[in-house]
Ligand binder design. Structure first.
Ligand SMILES: NC(=O)c1ccc[n+]([C@@H]2O[C@H](COP(=O)([O-])OP(=O)(O)OC[C@H]3O[C@@H](n4cnc5c(N)ncnc54)[C@H](OP(=O)(O)O)[C@@H]3O)[C@@H](O)[C@H]2O)c1
Length: 279
């Protein structure tokens, strides 16, 4: 990597300038990362370009090939269904033409083994909390495996970094970053929360920290409608938050809901990994 001692000399690429990609790019620039060292790409939708313009990132847009050939660190922030694009960009035939930066995947569920099988080299995985928390400088992120420069960059943009020892723990984080919405849903159903969180933390010690974080990032709401809107915004159809909220609404206690959320995360990951191998 050609970064010297100062990480501001590092060349960073973000492939997939959607919700998460734009937020990471914006945070980098807002925390004094030099714009000329940042490259981003998107999938070509005009509505996405509009949002890129609004975030003042249009001058950073390049094609994926340029990101791959010029970056030291490449964040992958597109969806698992776009995995085939990575295979094209990093096929052994292409690899000879590029110097290759470190790939940092933000894609939920896709394992390092799937990457290794598809691309032939190791990548890093991160699981950040939602864009709104990152933007507010209150985000958290799980990183696997350890990497000094990546941890430094993530810390510099205001994220609290958790290094995890086993990749399986990414599922705990995937559920953990849903907690702000889950706590509201639990309150709506008048569920006891503190005890449930203590019980879950026995199996997963990091959970008590994530719980404190979630309570801390919850905004104050002026009305029940505002609370409902917050929950709705965090739910993706078929996703992990949805399974947690549905479980709570169906009368489950919080421990059961969290277990169902973890199971849903594993199920989605299995599906994504199977699909990625087929692409
Ligand atoms: N949002 C979160 O809270 C969150 C948290 C943790 C992890 N993640 C992970 O982050 C990833 C992105 O989530 P998101 O919510 O940001 O999704 P998103 O808003 O749909 O963003 C994905 C972006 O990828 C772009 N894209 C598609 N194909 C591309 C290609 N070939 N080259 C370059 N860019 C391409 C899309 O551009 P077009 O719009 O032009 O098609 C879109 O802007 C997912 O894998 C998710 O698992 C998200």
């Amino acid at each position: 990597m050609h970064m010297g001692n100062d990480l501001r000399n590092c060349q960073i690429g973000i492939i997939g300038c959607g919700h998460l990609g734009r937020t990471l790019a914006r945070r980098l620039l807002d925390t004094n990362f030099p714009s000329e060292n940042l490259r981003v790409s998107y999938g070509g939708r005009p509505s996405t370009l509009d949002k890129i313009r609004k975030a003042d990132l249009e001058k950073n847009v390049v094609v994926n090939e340029e990101i791959c050939s010029k970056s030291d660190l490449i964040f992958i922030t597109f969806r698992p269904q776009d995995f085939h694009e990575l295979k094209k960009l990093f096929s052994p035939k292409q690899a000879g033409r590029h110097r290759r930066g470190l790939i940092i995947s933000c894609m939920a569920g896709i394992s390092t083994t799937t990457f290794k099988n598809a691309l032939g080299f190791d990548v890093l995985r991160i699981m950040p909390s939602g864009p709104d928390t990152i933007q507010a400088g209150k985000g958290i992120v799980a990183v696997f495996p350890h990497h000094d420069a990546v941890i430094t960059i993530l810390t510099q943009i205001g994220l609290k970094v958790y290094e995890i020892a086993h990749e399986e723990l990414m599922h705990i984080f995937t559920v953990g970053v849903c907690l702000p919405a889950v706590l509201l849903a639990a309150e709506r159903m008048k569920l006891p929360v503190t005890e449930a969180m203590q019980m879950i933390s026995i199996d997963y010690p990091v959970f008590s920290d994530i719980y404190s974080w979630a309570r801390n990032v919850l905004p104050t709401f002026n009305s029940d409608e505002a609370k409902e809107e917050y929950i709705t915004k965090m739910v993706t159809t078929g996703g992990v938050t949805e399974s947690l909220i549905e479980s709570i609404d169906s009368g489950d206690d919080l421990i059961t809901a969290v277990r169902k959320g973890i199971a849903r995360s594993k199920e989605l990951a299995e599906k994504a990994n199977t699909l990625s191998i087929q692409y």
